[in-house]
Design a protein. Structure first.
Lengths: 460, 564
C-alpha cells in the first residue's frame, strides 16, 4: 500500500509541480501508429512528435533526444475528444433565480477535484465545455476546460485561449422554472423569445449610455456622470459585438428557427444550438445562419418537447452541411463519446472521418478553438488519445490520453483511487458509478412542486 | 425571542428608573452591592509571559482602572491595591478571538412584499445588508460570551450573522456587564458565499456576480457623489444605503472578511480580491495547504478554524481488503494533513490568528495541543491567540501583549499554557477579575463526595418552569469541612421580592446532585426537594413540591467574579 501511495504521490507531483504560474507542457514521441488526423486523412505507420505541448512533426522515422518515446505499433492515435456540452467539474450549475443571468461565470465555480475529469480522460476526452444549466432563457457564461487533472487550482484547467461562450435555453425548462415556478416571464415559448429580445434591446441602450459617457469624458472640462455598471447587460453587449458564442439548449424546430431570426435581427452569427433534437427539420437554416448543432446520438423522450426525435439527426445535419457535434451532457456518456459517434454509422452511414469529426474538429469549431485543437496537425496543441483499436470499433479502449503533451491517463498505470482530495470526515465518500440524469437542470429542484418533480423525473 | 427581548428591555427600564429615582438622594450608596472595593490590582510573584517567547519569573503585574501600570520583578504597589497571590501561577496576555459569533443572533428576515419578484429582490431580502452593525445583534450577557471568557478570551471580533453581505463587525472586550465593552465598531465587512433561498442570488455563481455588481456600483456611486459635490447643473446622486455602507470598503479603510469553508472558497474570495482590490480577511480557514502560496501572494489575513476533524480511521481493527485499506489510508492521510495546517502556516511565515467561529469551548486547548503535536510551535500558538490577532484587527496599540499602557487583559493558569495540567484560575478582562474554580489534579483527588464534586461550590442561577409561570433565583453552595452548605433564593409566594432558605441534605454523587429546602407560604411549611444531573457547570433536574407535583429545574453556575 505504501508503494501505491508513493506512485500516486509521484504521479500527482509530476503533474502539478511545473504548474506554478503556467500549466504543464510535455514532450512525447509516439511511433508507428495509425494516425487518424481527422482533417488530413489517416496515416499508417506514422510518428507524432510533441514538443513542449505542441505537435511539432508528423511523419515517418522521427527521432528526438531526451523525449519519452512510446511504441504504438498496431494502435490508433486520434485527437483528444472534445465535449461541447458538459457539466463536469462544476460546484454549481444553475443560478435559476432570474430569466437572464448572463453576469454569472462558470469559471467561478470550477471544482478541479471532480473525479469526473479523470473518468473523462479515461474516455479520451481532453476538453469539455463546462456549461451553465438550462433553467434560464439566458444563463451564465461557460468555461472551456482542458482536462489537466491533478491540480488544486481551478484556473489551471481553463483553456485561456478559448473565446467566451454563454448558455441560452429555450422551451420547457425556462418556462417551467420561471413561468410556472415563480409566475414571472417567460411562461411560454413566446415569452422566452421576448425575454431574449428585451435583453438585447436593453443591452443596446446600456452600450449607448456608456458610449455617451466615454465620449463626454473626452471633452475638455466636462463632468459627465457615469451610468450604473451592469455585468448582465455588458455580457449581452459583448454577444452583440461578436465576442461571445451562444450555445443554446433547444429541442423544437419552431423555436430554433425563431431564435435564428432573433439573432439575424440583431446581427448575431456566433450561435450553436445544443440538443436540437428537431434540428433535422431546420437543417438548411442551421447550416446557413449558425455555427452548428451539438446533438445526442440517440437520447430523447424524457419530456414532452423531446418526443419528436431520430437517431438519424446527426447524419441528416451533417449531410446538410451543418457543423455537427455529439455531446454528453453527462458524467457517464462523456466516458464513451466515441461509441456515441459510432452510432451515426448505424443510423446514417457516416464515414469514419465524418463520425469522428462529430467529437473532435466539429465541437472545436463550435467552441472557437479549431485552430488549436480538434485534429492532428503540426502546430496544434498536443492533445492526443491512443486506442488499442480503431476508435469506432466496439472493442476500442483508450490506452493513454495526453493534454498539451502531458500524459494524464494511462490504462496500465490506472490506480484504484485517483481522487486528488479526500475528505477526512467520511470513511466512504459517496461515489456514483452511474449518472443517468442529465445535468442541465441540476440544482433547480427546489422550484418545483412534487407534481412537477414526478412529471419531469429526467432533468435536462 | 422578541418577547424575551421585550421583557429584558422592560427589566432594564425598571432598573434604570430605580437608579434615577434613588441616585439623586443617595449618590454614594451602592444598593446592588456589586461595586468593587478597588480597581487597582496586583498579581505577585507569578511567571509572566508578556508576549510569545518573553517570560519573566517571580514577576508582578500591576493594573489599575483596566490599564496595565507595570510588569516586572521590582514594583512598588500603591496603598489600596488588591493583591492576588500569584505563587505558582502563570500569566499570559488575554486571548483575542479573530472572529466570533458568540451571543450573536441572526436578524429575522423581512416580510416579502405582495409583488415580490424572486429575480430582483430588495437588497435586504437578498441578504445584502452592509449597513447593519453587529452591536445591534449581540447580547453581551449571553452565556456563550462568558463561556469563551472562561476559556481565556478577553477580546473578540464579533461577526454579524445574515446573508452574503451581513453587515459590519465590531471589536468588543469581555469586561464588566456595566460597560458597553466596545473597542471598535464597523471594523470589517462580513461576507460569505451564502445565497438566498428561492431568490437571486441563490448559488455561489450568483453571489460572486452580485458581489462584483455591488462593489463596482459602489465605486460608481462614490464617483457620482464626488462629481456632484464639486459641480453644478448635474443630476443628483441616488442615495443608496447599500452603497453608502460599502464606501469604507472601496476606500480600503476596512477589510472584507470572507467566511470560507474550504480551499475552493478561499480561491473564490482571492479571485474577487484580485479583480476588485479590497483588503481581505479569510474567516474559518481549513485545507489551507493547497492554497498557501496564493494566500501569501494576496497578503490576505488568515483566521484559522479551531475545529479539527475526528480520526475516522482510528477504530478500524478488522482486516480490510486492499482496496478498502487503501481508502482508509487516504482518509487517515487527510486527517493527518488537517492537523498540520497550523504548522504549515507558521512555516510559511503567515501570521495567522485563531477564530472560535464554529468551534466549541472544549475544542480550544484540546485542538491547539493537537496542532502543537503536529508541527505548530507553542510561541506561534500563543501568538495566534494574542498578538497576531491584535495586529490582524489593528488593536496592537492597546492589546495583545502585557506591557505598561495596554489593556489589563490576561489569562492566569495553574501550569504553563498548553500543558496537560494547565487550568484557568482567573481571567482579567478590561481590568475586571473573573475567578474560576480549579479542579485538583487527578492524582490528588480524594474528594469524599465523589464525581462532579469539585465544581459544585459557587453561585448558581436557576430557572424552574411551573404551571404558574417561570420562576427562578440563586443558589450559593460552599464546601465546608462538614460537607456542603448552601442557601437558595426563590420568588416569595407571600408577595413580592425574593425569599431565602437554607439548602439541606446537599448530596453530590456520581454526577448527580440533590437537596431540600423549606418554603413557608401562608403559614404552611412546604418541603421542596430537588434532584438531577450535574455536569461541570450545568444542572438539570426536577423540583418536587410535596402534593403539588414536580417541575423541571435547570441551573447554570456563574463564573466567580471577584469584584464587579
Amino acid at each position: 500500500m505504501k508503494k501505491l501511495n508513493y506512485i500516486i504521490a509521484a504521479f500527482l507531483v509530476m503533474v502539478w509541480m511545473p504548474s506554478m504560474g503556467q500549466t504543464p507542457k510535455g514532450s512525447v514521441l509516439i511511433k508507428n501508429a495509425t494516425v487518424i488526423t481527422i482533417t488530413q486523412g489517416t496515416l499508417e505507420d506514422t510518428d507524432i512528435l510533441v514538443e513542449n505541448g505542441i505537435i511539432k512533426k508528423i511523419g515517418k522515422g522521427l527521432t528526438a533526444n531526451n523525449v519519452t518515446t512510446i511504441d504504438a505499433k498496431g494502435k490508433y492515435v486520434m485527437p483528444g475528444i472534445i465535449d461541447a456540452h458538459s457539466h463536469v467539474a462544476l460546484d454549481a450549475v444553475n443560478e435559476a433565480t432570474a430569466p437572464i443571468t448572463s453576469e454569472v461565470q462558470m469559471a467561478d465555480v470550477v471544482d478541479p477535484y471532480d473525479i469526473g475529469l479523470y473518468r473523462a480522460l479515461a474516455g479520451g476526452v481532453t476538453i469539455s465545455h463546462a456549461m451553465h444549466g438550462s433553467a434560464n432563457a439566458i444563463g451564465g457564461q461557460n468555461i472551456t476546460l482542458k482536462h489537466r487533472y491533478g491540480t488544486f487550482n481551478p484556473e489551471d484547467l481553463f483553456m485561456k485561449e478559448a473565446p467566451r461562450t454563454i448558455k441560452f435555453a429555450l422551451g420547457e425548462n425556462p418556462t417551467r422554472v420561471h413561468g410556472r415556478g415563480k409566475n414571472i416571464q417567460p411562461r411560454t415559448r413566446m415569452g422566452v423569445e421576448a425575454v431574449i429580445r428585451n435583453g438585447f434591446n436593453e443591452a443596446l441602450q446600456y452600450k449607448k449610455a456608456w458610449e455617451t459617457y466615454e465620449s463626454a469624458l473626452k471633452q475638455k472640462g466636462a463632468t459627465p456622470i457615469p451610468p450604473k455598471n451592469d455585468a448582465r447587460l455588458q455580457t449581452l453587449v459583448d454577444i452583440l459585438d461578436g465576442k461571445v458564442i451562444i450555445h443554446c439548449h433547444s429541442y423544437r424546430a419552431d423555436e430554433i428557427y425563431a431564435l435564428i431570426n432573433t439573432c439575424r435581427d440583431f446581427g448575431i452569427t456566433n450561435i450553436v444550438f445544443s440538443h436540437v433534437n428537431e434540428g433535422f427539420k431546420v437543417a438548411p437554416e442551421l447550416a446557413e445562419y449558425t455555427m452548428g448543432a451539438s446533438v445526442f446520438a440517440d437520447w430523447w423522450a424524457y419530456k414532452f418537447e423531446v418526443y419528436y426525435s431520430t437517431a438519424y439527426n446527426a447524419a441528416i445535419l451533417t449531410e446538410n452541411g451543418v457543423i455537427t457535434s455529439i455531446n454528453s451532457d453527462s458524467g457517464e456518456l462523456i466516458r464513451h463519446l466515441y461509441h456515441e459517434a459510432g452510432k451515426t454509422q448505424r443510423y446514417g452511414q457516416l464515414s469514419d472521418e465524418q463520425a469522428l469529426a462529430l467529437i473532435t474538429i466539429n465541437p472545436a469549431k463550435q467552441l472557437g478553438i479549431a485552430d488549436k485543437v480538434g485534429s492532428i496537425e503540426e502546430g496544434k496543441q498536443g492533445d492526443l488519445v491512443i486506442f488499442n483499436d480503431h476508435p469506432l470499433s466496439v472493442y476500442a479502449i483508450p490506452q493513454m490520453t495526453f493534454v498539451d503533451g502531458v500524459k494524464y491517463f494511462d490504462l496500465n498505470e490506472d490506480q484504484n483511487d485517483m481522487r486528488i482530495r479526500v475528505s477526512a470526515n467520511e470513511m466512504v465518500e459517496p461515489i456514483f458509478l452511474k449518472e443517468h440524469d442529465h445535468n442541465c437542470m441540476h440544482g433547480v429542484d427546489f422550484f418545483f412542486t412534487n407534481f412537477g418533480r414526478n412529471l419531469f423525473e429526467h432533468s435536462h | 425571542m422578541n418577547i424575551n427581548t421585550k421583557i429584558k428591555l422592560l427589566g432594564s427600564f425598571i432598573v434604570a428608573v430605580f437608579f434615577i429615582a434613588y441616585s439623586s438622594v443617595q449618590a454614594q450608596s451602592d444598593p446592588s452591592g456589586t461595586k468593587r472595593v478597588t480597581s487597582t490590582y496586583a498579581i505577585k510573584n507569578a511567571t509572566i509571559t508578556t508576549s510569545p517567547g518573553k517570560t519573566i519569573t517571580g514577576a508582578t503585574i500591576l493594573f489599575k482602572d483596566g490599564l496595565i501600570q507595570a510588569v516586572g520583578t521590582n514594583i512598588n504597589l500603591p496603598a489600596g491595591t488588591d493583591v492576588i497571590d500569584g505563587d505558582s501561577l502563570f500569566i499570559y496576555p488575554g486571548f483575542i478571538d479573530g472572529a466570533s459569533s458568540a451571543g450573536v443572533t441572526r436578524p429575522s428576515e423581512p416580510e416579502r412584499p405582495a409583488n415580490f419578484d424572486s429575480s430582483n429582490p430588495s437588497d435586504e431580502l437578498a441578504g445584502i445588508t452592509p449597513w447593519r452593525n453587529v452591536i445591534d445583534q449581540v447580547d453581551m450577557n449571553n452565556n456563550a460570551i462568558s463561556d469563551w471568557r472562561k476559556a481565556g478570551f478577553t477580546v473578540a471580533h464579533m461577526i454579524p450573522d445574515g446573508g452574503m453581505i451581513s453587515g459590519k463587525s465590531a471589536i468588543v472586550v469581555f469586561g464588566s456587564s456595566s460597560s458597553t465593552n466596545i473597542l471598535g465598531q464597523n471594523t470589517a465587512l462580513s461576507t460569505r458565499f451564502r445565497g438566498s433561498r428561492g431568490m437571486y442570488p441563490g448559488t455561489p455563481l450568483g453571489v460572486m456576480a452580485k458581489f462584483r455588481d455591488v462593489y463596482k456600483n459602489t465605486e460608481l456611486s462614490a464617483k457620482h457623489q464626488n462629481i456632484f459635490a464639486s459641480n453644478v447643473g448635474l443630476n443628483r446622486p441616488e442615495i443608496n444605503k447599500t452603497y453608502e455602507a460599502m464606501y469604507p470598503v472601496i476606500n480600503k479603510n476596512i477589510p472584507v472578511i470572507f467566511e470560507v469553508s474550504n480551499d475552493l472558497e478561499i480561491r473564490r474570495a482571492l479571485r474577487l480580491q484580485k479583480e476588485l482590490g479590497f483588503n481581505l480577511m479569510l474567516l474559518g480557514v481549513t485545507e489551507v495547504d493547497k492554497v498557501i502560496s496564493e494566500i501569501k501572494a494576496a497578503n490576505a489575513t488568515v483566521l484559522l478554524a479551531l475545529t479539527l476533524p475526528e480520526d475516522k480511521s482510528k477504530n478500524k481493527s478488522e482486516k480490510l481488503n486492499e482496496e478498502a485499506q487503501g481508502r482508509t489510508d487516504r482518509v487517515k492521510e487527510a486527517y493527518e494533513t488537517a492537523l498540520k495546517q497550523a504548522g504549515m502556516l507558521e512555516e510559511a511565515g503567515i501570521k495567522f490568528g485563531f477564530t472560535t467561529s464554529g468551534a466549541k469551548t472544549g475544542d480550544l486547548m484540546k485542538n491547539i495541543k493537537i496542532m502543537i503535536d503536529n508541527g505548530l510551535s507553542e510561541d506561534a500558538a500563543l501568538a495566534a491567540l494574542t498578538i497576531n490577532n491584535a495586529q490582524n484587527l489593528g488593536i496592537q496599540k492597546f492589546a495583545g501583549t502585557l506591557e505598561k499602557g495596554k489593556l489589563a487583559n490576561m489569562v492566569i493558569t495553574t501550569a504553563p499554557l498548553f500543558t496537560e495540567d494547565a487550568q484557568i484560575k482567573h481571567v482579567v478582562a478590561d481590568g475586571y477579575v473573573f475567578d474560576y474554580e480549579t479542579k485538583p489534579k487527578k492524582a490528588a483527588n480524594g474528594n469524599k463526595n465523589g464525581n462532579g464534586a469539585a465544581g459544585v461550590s459557587g453561585t448558581w442561577e436557576y430557572v424552574s418552569d411551573t404551571p404558574a409561570g417561570s420562576s427562578g433565583g440563586m443558589m450559593t453552595i460552599d464546601n465546608s469541612a462538614t460537607g456542603y452548605e448552601g442557601t437558595i433564593t426563590y420568588d416569595d409566594p407571600a408577595g413580592n421580592g425574593k425569599a431565602q432558605a437554607t439548602m439541606k441534605n446537599i448530596t453530590v454523587k456520581d454526577g448527580k446532585m440533590s437537596f431540600t429546602f423549606d418554603v413557608s407560604a401562608g403559614g404552611m411549611e412546604i418541603s421542596v426537594s430537588v434532584n438531577g444531573d450535574l455536569t461541570d457547570d450545568q444542572f438539570t433536574g426536577r423540583m418536587s413540591l410535596a402534593e403539588f407535583g414536580s417541575f423541571p429545574l435547570t441551573a447554570t453556575k456563574k463564573p466567580n467574579q471577584s469584584n464587579l
